[in-house]
Design a protein around this ligand. Structure first.
Ligand SMILES: NC(=O)c1ccc[n+]([C@@H]2O[C@H](COP(=O)([O-])OP(=O)(O)OC[C@H]3O[C@@H](n4cnc5c(N)ncnc54)[C@H](OP(=O)(O)O)[C@@H]3O)[C@@H](O)[C@H]2O)c1
Length: 320
C-alpha cells in the first residue's frame, strides 16, 4: 500500500517520500482502518523536524521512531482483530493513531469511534487532537464558566477555531485574537469581539481566562490582561529549538502566585470519552470543524508547509 514515510529529520519536502509499504493487519484489540482522510497539524511539522529536541527521547533520537507521520484520521473499518467488540467492519470511524498518512492503518480499537453523522470523513479527521486540546483548555485548564470573559490568543488556528466555539458553548463572552485575514471566519464561529494581533500591542484587560494558544505574551502582559485571580491556560508556545516555549510555562508557573494570577499548563490527553463528547457537540450543532483544504496524500509535505506558514484557515487534511 501507499504511505508517506520519513527516515530522517528535516524539512517536509526533503524528508517525506511516497513509499510502498506492507499493508498492516489488525492484531488482537486493533482495527484496520482504510484511511479516508488524515488531518495535518503543526505537530506533524514538529515531528518531521524532530523539534523540540527535548521531545526526541520520545519521538526518536536520531531518526523518527515512526516512519509514517499523521496522528488523526477518519475512515472505514476494513477488519477487526480478535477481541474487538466496539466497532464492526464497514463502520465509518474517526480517532487518533500513529501513522495516518497512508492507505491503511492498524489502530487500537479504543482510539476510534463512530464519526459524527453530520460530517464528511475529511471534516471528521480534523476533529480529534485539536478538539481534545481546545476542550481540555477550555473545560479543564481554563475552567471556563458561564458569564466569564475569555480571551483566545491564536483563535483562527486548528485549536483556536474549536476553542472559540467551546468557550461560547460553556457560556463565555469571547474575545478572539488572530490575523486580519481570518477575522471574519472567527466571528462566524461565534466570537463576540475579534482583535488583529498585527494592529499593535493588546490593550484590552479584565479577562477571567486567557487561553494562550499562540503569541507568547509576557508575564507582565498576562497580568494586565487578566482580572486579579484570573487564569491563563498555557497551551502553545513558539521559539527555542530545545523547548519550543514550554520553558516559558515553567516561568509562568513560578511567577503566577506573585502576580496574583493562576497559570495552568496543558498537555492534552487523547481520550475516547472526550472524542465522544466532541461528536455529541458536533451532532448537536454546538461545534463544527473548519476545514479549508484537502490535499492528495502525495502532497502531504506541501500541506504541512501550508499549515506551518498560516496559509490555511482552520484545518487541512490529506486524502489517500
Ligand atoms: N498543549 C497541547 O497539548 C497542545 C496540543 C496541540 C497544539 N498545541 C500548540 O498549540 C498552539 C496552537 O496550535 P494550532 O495547531 O492551533 O496552530 P495553528 O493552526 O498554526 O494556529 C496558529 C494561530 O496563531 C496565530 N498567530 C500566528 N502568528 C501570530 C502572532 N505573531 N501573534 C499572535 N498570534 C499569531 C494564527 O493567526 P493567523 O493564522 O490568523 O495569522 C493562528 O490563529 C501551537 O503552539 C501548538 O504547538 C498544544
Amino acid at each position: 500500500m501507499r504511505a508517506m514515510t520519513q527516515d530522517a529529520y528535516g524539512v517536509p519536502e526533503e524528508v517525506l517520500r511516497p513509499t510502498d509499504v506492507e499493508k498492516p493487519t489488525a492484531k488482537p484489540g486493533e482495527v484496520l482502518v482504510r484511511v479516508a482522510a488524515a488531518a495535518v497539524s503543526g505537530s506533524d511539522w514538529h515531528i518531521l523536524r524532530g523539534l523540540p529536541y527535548a521531545a526526541r527521547p520520545v519521538v526518536g533520537l536520531r531518526r523518527p521512531r515512526n516512519r509514517v507521520p499523521g496522528l488523526e484520521l477518519a475512515g472505514t473499518v476494513e477488519a477487526v482483530g480478535p477481541g474487538v467488540t466496539t466497532v464492526r467492519t464497514g463502520d465509518e470511524v474517526f480517532g487518533w493513531c500513529s501513522g495516518a498518512f497512508c492507505e491503511y492503518v492498524a489502530v487500537p480499537a479504543d482510539q476510534v469511534t463512530a464519526k459524527p453523522a453530520n460530517l464528511t470523513p475529511e471534516q471528521a479527521a480534523a476533529v480529534p487532537i485539536a478538539g481534545f486540546t481546545a476542550l481540555q483548555a477550555v473545560r479543564d485548564a481554563g475552567r471556563v464558566r458561564a458569564g466569564q470573559e475569555v480571551l483566545v490568543l491564536g483563535a483562527s488556528g486548528c485549536v483556536g477555531t474549536y476553542a472559540v466555539q467551546l468557550a461560547k458553548h460553556y457560556g463565555a463572552e469571547v474575545t478572539a485574537v488572530c490575523g486580519a485575514a481570518k477575522a471574519e471566519m472567527v466571528a462566524e464561529l461565534g466570537a463576540d469581539h475579534v482583535l488583529d494581533y498585527a494592529a499593535g500591542p493588546l490593550t484590552a484587560s479584565g479577562f477571567d481566562v486567557v487561553l494562550d494558544l499562540y503569541g507568547n505574551p509576557s508575564l507582565r502582559t498576562l497580568k494586565r490582561l487578566l482580572e486579579p485571580g484570573g487564569t491563563v491556560a498555557l497551551v502553545g508556545g513558539t521559539g527555542g529549538r530545545w523547548f519550543m516555549g514550554t520553558d516559558r510555562w515553567l516561568r509562568a508557573l513560578v511567577a503566577a502566585p506573585f502576580l496574583g494570577i493562576k497559570a495552568r499548563p496543558l498537555v492534552h490527553k487523547d481520550r475516547l470519552d472526550d472524542l465522544v463528547l466532541l461528536r455529541d457537540l458536533i451532532e448537536a450543532g454546538a461545534v463544527k470543524p473548519v476545514l479549508d483544504r484537502t490535499y492528495p496524500l502525495a502532497d502531504a509535505a506541501a500541506a504541512i508547509e501550508d499549515v506551518r506558514r498560516g496559509r490555511v484557515r482552520g484545518h487541512a487534511v490529506v486524502t489517500p
